[in-house]
Design a protein around this ligand. Structure first.
Ligand SMILES: Cc1ncc(C[n+]2csc(CCOP(=O)(O)OP(=O)(O)O)c2C)c(N)n1
Length: 358
């Protein structure tokens, strides 16, 4: 049998250099344009959204402790700049979002009413999934928010499917598919990368590297800890981003979205972040020291960082305090609403189980 002809070594080396450059090019663009030049008003808005997520999650933690939230509950505290920075660059109503079970923050960042999220957490009929999904299974086609998924990594191929739908319909939308550092070791993630790249699907894959998959530190569970490089084998350019700085996240989001919207296919973003709380409410977090968590809170907190920047710019402290106050009342209202809403009717037990009857 004739051997497949191979490129001459010199030609191959030149092509490889070109490819290496292409695969690294978004990282270079990111390095050249690290932080988004937000106006004071924009930065105040990002601050407000991050504070909303933080206070909402704290309240959810309290309600869980009181027994008002059942099942699993994974808080997003510490990771706020990721969802806020990335989703502020999306066009709501056009672009879709899909994530795992740590999903409350992504919904809030997409402008979904805190009342219906809290009502879902407490299993009430007014909840966004009519009280039948709970913390991990929130969903709203109206908002193009496609979950909330409890199976680690499952949202990645589903996200590729959403991106395929955007392309097929020609609606100009992009899918943002979030997953964790632990999920990044799942085989289905790479099958999705391959197809998304082959078909040039409009999707941004986002690895939220928060340092741990349940109790397993990244370096104990991952052979390649630089997650943004993992698309290279599929010709997907990667970006390595500080997920604790909302302006850096937003700048990177703009570069990624421009690339995807131009029809070039997917981008893989690694957002380096940290979760302050345990994996879920039942995790005593014995796999790390208190000092480690405290150090992140003291030196890298995304909300404190944005606040310090606002003050340094000369924004009046009163404006920040006013936001803090408004958010406290919005969150308190959402908890009151949730607690005082009725539970689903017994007749709803068998509805929403199948899309169609048979
Ligand atoms: C397929 C599957 N395997 C295992 C689990 C149990 N599990 C739930 S969360 C989790 C860790 C995932 O960590 P990571 O992807 O880093 O996300 P994070 O919780 O840090 O946001 C595991 C193993 C699951 N839900 N689904």
């Amino acid at each position: 049998m004739a051997k497949k002809p191979t490129a001459a070594p010199a030609a191959k080396a030149a092509a490889a250099t070109e490819e290496t450059f292409a695969l690294r090019s978004l990282q270079e663009a990111h390095a050249a344009n690290k932080r988004y030049a937000a106006s004071d008003e924009e930065l105040l808005h990002f601050y407000e959204q991050m504070v909303l997520i933080r206070r909402f999650e704290e309240k959810a933690g309290q309600l869980y402790g009181l027994g008002l939230i059942g099942g699993f509950c994974h808080l997003y505290i510490g990771q706020e700049a990721v969802a806020v920075g990335l989703q502020s660059a999306l066009e709501s109503g056009k672009d879709s979002v899909i994530t795992g079970y740590r999903d409350h923050g992504h919904m809030l960042a997409y402008g979904i009413d805190p009342k219906v999220i809290m009502a879902e957490l407490t299993g009430r009929a007014a909840g966004i999934s009519r009280g039948k999904g709970g913390s991990m299974h929130m969903f709203s086609t109206e908002h193009k928010f496609y979950g909330g998924h409890g199976i680690v990594g499952a949202q990645v191929p589903l996200g590729a499917g959403l991106a395929f739908a955007h392309k097929y319909r020609g609606d100009g939308g992009v899918c943002m598919a979030y997953f964790g550092d632990g999920a990044a070791n799942q085989g289905q993630v790479y099958e999705a990368f391959n197809m998304a790249s082959l078909w040039k699907l409009p999707i941004v894959f986002v690895v939220e590297n928060n340092g741990y998959a349940m109790g397993t530190a990244v370096k104990r569970g991952s052979a390649e800890t630089e997650f943004y490089r993992r698309g290279t084998a599929f010709r997907i350019p990667g970006m390595d981003v500080n997920g604790m700085d909302v302006l850096e996240v937003r700048a990177a989001a703009n570069i990624a979205l421009d690339y995807v919207r131009a029809g070039n296919g997917p981008v893989l973003m690694e957002l380096n972040t940290y979760r302050y709380r345990g994996h879920s409410m039942s995790d005593p977090a014995k796999y790390r020291s208190r000092e480690e968590v405290q150090e992140m809170r003291d030196k890298h907190d995304p909300i404190e960082g944005a606040k310090a920047e606002l003050l340094a710019r000369g924004v009046a402290e009163d404006r920040i305090k006013e936001i803090d106050k408004r958010i406290r009342s919005i969150v308190a209202e959402s908890a009151d609403f949730a607690e005082n809403s009725p539970e689903p009717d017994m007749t709803d037990l068998y509805t929403d189980v199948l899309v169609e009857s048979y």
